[in-house]
Design a binder for this molecule. Structure first.
Ligand SMILES: Nc1ncnc2c1ncn2[C@@H]1O[C@H](COP(=O)(O)OP(=O)(O)O)[C@@H](O)[C@H]1O
Ligand SMILES: O=C(O)C1=C[C@@H](OP(=O)(O)O)[C@@H](O)[C@H](O)C1
Ligand SMILES: [Mg+2]
Length: 189
């Protein structure tokens, strides 16, 4: 049983997953990080080996992570895999979809070159639209992260977990995060 973050690139999956895991004292994996640990940086791997090979290995990494960790942040395209879709649709996982507006995403990705399948906001919109049906279908809750500080997003996730009586919140303290919990590089409202 795990809490899984899905959503388009730069929606905040990696950051939010890490943050809520720390907050709840839960085990955490970012599947892109696990991939890079064993196969090198994704932005080197895809141009060299191709996207199909990336997706093949990504599926193995995702399957292991969903078995082994309490909280998992997936890469944006991991939900393209049919087996991953079936697992996420099962009762075994609570799925949080993070989304953000093109305007918010544009600010986040401008000047960054570490996403090989994302050359700019037009390609982001195209990618998002092509996957939207899958993201929406798999989501148990959708949280818009546009121009919102991470501590608010974390509070939303925590409230969701409380509402569904998730064992993940049982062991955590009951206080919500505040602006004081803003970390370096995060948006302050
Ligand atoms: N709520 C937010 N406000 C401002 N910047 C954010 C927010 N969430 C994420 N970011 C920034 O956007 C970028 C992508 O975040 P990341 O967590 O890596 O997204 P993902 O894993 O969904 O691709 C990072 O530079 C991160 O600091
Ligand atoms: O959307 C995608 O196809 C991808 C998203 C990336 O992860 P993030 O969503 O964490 O950026 C990473 O897995 C890879 O570059 C492919
Ligand atoms: Mg990520």
């Amino acid at each position: 049983m795990s809490l899984v973050f899905i959503g388009p690139p730069a929606a905040g999956k990696s950051r939010a997953g890490k943050r809520i895991a720390r907050r709840l004292d839960a085990t955490f994996a970012d599947t892109d990080k696990l991939f890079a640990r064993d196969h090198g940086a994704i932005h080197d791997f895809i141009p060299r080996e191709g996207e199909a090979e990336f997706r093949r290995i990504e599926r193995e990494v995702v399957a292991n992570a969903l078995r082994e960790y309490e909280i998992v942040s997936l890469g944006g395209g991991a939900i393209l895999n049919a087996d991953t879709q079936a697992e996420l649709a099962s009762e075994d996982h609570n799925v949080v979809l993070l989304v953000a507006s093109p305007k918010a995403i544009e600010e986040r990705i401008s000047g960054k070159t570490n996403r090989p399948l994302l050359s700019g906001i037009d390609s982001w919109v195209e990618t998002y639209n092509s996957r939207k049906e899958i993201y929406d279908r798999l989501a148990d809750i959708t949280i818009d992260t546009s121009f919102r500080p991470m501590w608010q997003v974390v509070n939303d996730v925590r409230r969701f977990l409380k509402n569904i009586d998730s064992p993940l919140v049982a062991k955590a303290s009951d206080t919500e995060l505040t602006a004081e919990d803003t970390e370096p590089g995060e948006l302050v409202d």
